[in-house]
Each structure stands twice: as C-alpha cells, then as structure tokens.
Design a protein around this ligand. Structure first.
Ligand code: PLP
Length: 391
C-alpha cells in the first residue's frame, strides 16, 4: 500500500497502544489493574444521560448545524464570559468531536511547512503528532520534575523565533500534572501577541486541581488579546463523558470559521443527542463534578506515598489532572533498561498497565492514571510493590 507522506509523519498513539494490549489481556480473562487509561471511571452525570435519552426518544437524531447546536455554543460562551470575562459569543464557539477534534482542526487551519509550534515537554502525544501531521516542526521546551513540572514563561518565550506560529499550553498537563501560574500565562500571551503568535490553551483538565490551586483560564486574557488567545476544552474528563466525543474551541472568529469549514468536510456536526446531554451537564452537573474532584484528591493522597515507598521511585504530588508521573530512572538497570521495558514487564508479570514516559518524550518517567477506583489503586500498588521488590 502506498500511503501518503503526511500519514508517514505520524505514529500510533502510544497511550492507545497500551490500552489495546490491556484490552487483549482482559479479553483473555486476565485480572488486569489498569493505570494506563486517561479515562475517568465514573459514570456520566445522570442529568446528561437523561437529556440525551430524551433527545433520542423524541427524534432529535438528524444532522444539526455543523458548528453544533446553537444552545450549547451559547451556553459555553456564556460560561466563559461569566467565569473569565471572555469576549466570545456563540459565533466564536465551535462544538467539536472531542477536544482532540478541536486541536486537530486548529492544527490544520493554522500550521504549515516551515513553521514552528512550541510546547512544553513531557507532553501529551497527540500535540506532537498533530503538529507534524499539519507539516510544522515541534519545538519542545522542557519542564522540570524537580519543580513539579511547572510550566514557566521564560523558557517558552526564549524559544519563540520568527518561524513560530503558535504556542500550545496544557495546564493542568497530561502527563505531568504540572500547572501554569497566571503570571506566567500572562507573560507568554503578551510575548506572543507582540509577535503575532497564537496561544492555544488546552484546558481539558481545568477542573482537576488540588491543594487549593486556582487553575484560571487563558480565557481571562482573551478580551485584552482577542487575536492571540484560543481555548480548547472537553466534556470528556470534566464530566466523565469520554465516549460521547464532545469538545470545543473558543477563539478568534476567523479561526473558529476555518475549523468549522474543516469540520464540515471531515465529521459534520458532533452527535446531535450527545450535545443535548452535554448541555444538561454544563447546566446541571456541578455537584457531580465536585464529587469527582474530591475523589481524585483522595486517590492522589493514597497513591503518591505508596509510589514513593517503591525502591528507586520518586514522585511529587501532581498539582492537577489525574496522573502521577514518577521518576523511575534510579531503578532502571539490567532487569529493565527503559521505562518502556519496565511497563511491558509490569504488564506481563503483574497485569498492571501503565504508560512508559517515552510516549510523552521522557526516558525517565512512567505515567500512572488515578482515574480508577481506590480498590484498584490499592491492588495495583500491592502488585507494583511485589514487582519492584524482585529487583
Ligand atoms: N487534551 C489532552 C491533554 C488530553 O489528555 C486529552 C485526552 O486524553 C484531550 C485533549 C482530548 O480529549 P477528548 O478528545 O476526549 O476530548
């Protein structure tokens, strides 16, 4: 098969590969502990399920406007205006097929050969692949585990060149749990605005922050820098609605229109009745979200000390998201020389799925998702203790 050069530039999502192998083992009847998936174990909010069911039963099953149903666009724009003073209306708000859809359409609408896109690393796999797919070069700015992978302005601003088209920020960050302080975000946006560079802020994990950290949003700067700030969000994690495939893009009208044009030829509208469910979640699921945040905080507090008790493993408590990103470099050696080998052996020997850091650009770390029950965390950590004791 002669495939396009374009597709040759991207690789299979490493996180999805682990998920596939984990599914294979499960199908074989293996009692798997899955720390691999970035997927909440909670049920979707009942109000969302009821609204989507009602929409289905009442025949809301046709194509909608490509950009999504107007009332959801309006409700999202209103939320960003109310909470962050953002200037966007429904026309600057696009409903997409997952946050991934919003990012992908933005990449295709904005990036081209010869341009650079700056992001911080370790980073979520799809940013890198989408940038490459669009033809641009990725410029990775390291964040430091010793300072909790904080996303700092200075190294990002220093990485800007005349070729830079955009900076992608992801706070809280998948996989590191690192966050950006409002002052750093402002400095990056200011520097980018002065150079006609976009700042795409992926806020998929915005609600999952701990220890009283206020995540804020790049949307707070959108009124001041309307041509610079782009926000991407998702219903997947906040509302435990991964399978519904709904995300969104808010930003300059020209970009939203261009992304919508792409959407019109790629997917058309996101699923009609799912959007009705998302609207209900946005308007009525706050208590569900708060319960999930509280539960993630408890899981984090349970997991981190257990990780640090493993020989050679060092893990700071993540400030946000629902991943621990321990440094395992001190336990690499003859038994497993790389995080990938560690992850593979752990999966085969103890049926615990984790994701090797290489997937995110680190050869020192592994990612452990705590979007699973406390019982799974206990069981998985017992297995990991046994596995590490064997060295
Ligand atoms: N952004 C980040 C950083 C993610 O981790 C994910 C999913 O894992 C997404 C975006 C996209 O999520 P979805 O397409 O389910 O909305």
């Amino acid at each position: 098969m002669r495939l396009s050069g374009r597709v040759g530039r991207i690789q299979e999502s490493a996180t999805l590969r682990v998920a596939r192998r984990a599914l294979e083992l499960k199908a074989q009847g293996v009692d798997l502990v899955d720390f691999g998936a970035g997927e909440p174990d909670f049920a979707s909010p009942p109000c969302a399920v009821a609204a989507a069911t009602h929409a289905l039963q009442s025949g809301f099953t046709k194509y909608t406007a490509i950009a999504g149903i107007p009332e959801l666009r309006q409700a999202l724009a209103a939320r960003y205006a109310r909470e962050f003073g953002a200037p966007w209306g429904a026309a600057e708000t696009l409903i997409t097929v997952g946050g991934k859809g919003a990012l992908f359409e933005s990449a295709l609408a904005l990036f081209e050969e010869g341009q650079e896109v700056v992001t911080h690393t370790p980073t979520w796999v799809s940013f890198v692949e989408q940038i490459r797919f669009a033809g641009a070069d990725v410029v990775e700015v390291p964040t430091d585990g010793a300072e909790g992978f904080a996303i700092r302005a200075e190294p990002i601003v220093n990485a800007l060149t005349p070729r830079t088209r955009a900076v992608i920020l992801n706070s809280p960050c998948n996989p590191t749990g690192g966050v950006i302080e409002p002052g750093d975000r402002r400095r990056i946006v200011e520097a980018c605005a002065a150079r006609d560079i976009l700042v795409i802020s992926d806020e998929t994990y915005e609600r999952f922050v701990y220890d009283g950290f206020a995540a804020g949003s790049a949307a707070e700067l959108a009124a001041e820098y309307p041509e610079t700030v782009v926000v991407v969000g998702s219903f997947s994690k906040t509302y435990a609605m991964t399978g519904w495939r709904l995300g969104y893009l808010l930003g300059p009208r020209e970009l939203v229109d261009a992304a919508c044009r792409i959407q019109g030829h790629a997917t058309s509208n996101p699923t009609s009745f799912a959007m009705k469910g998302a609207l209900a979640a946005l308007e009525g699921a706050e208590a569900d979200v708060e319960a999930m945040i509280a539960e993630y905080a408890l899981r984090r507090d349970l997991l981190i000390p257990r990780l640090n008790a493993l020989p050679g493993v060092c893990c700071a408590a993540p400030k946000g998201a629902f991943y621990a990103f321990p440094d395992v470099s001190a336990c690499l050696g003859p038994r497993f020389a790389t995080p990938t080998e560690l992850a593979e052996r752990l999966l085969e020997e103890e049926a615990v799925a984790i994701v090797a850091g290489e997937a995110f650009g680190s050869d020192r770390h592994v990612r452990i998702s705590f979007a699973c029950s406390r019982a799974s965390l206990e069981e998985g950590m017992s297995r990991m203790a046994r596995f590490f004791a064997k060295r």
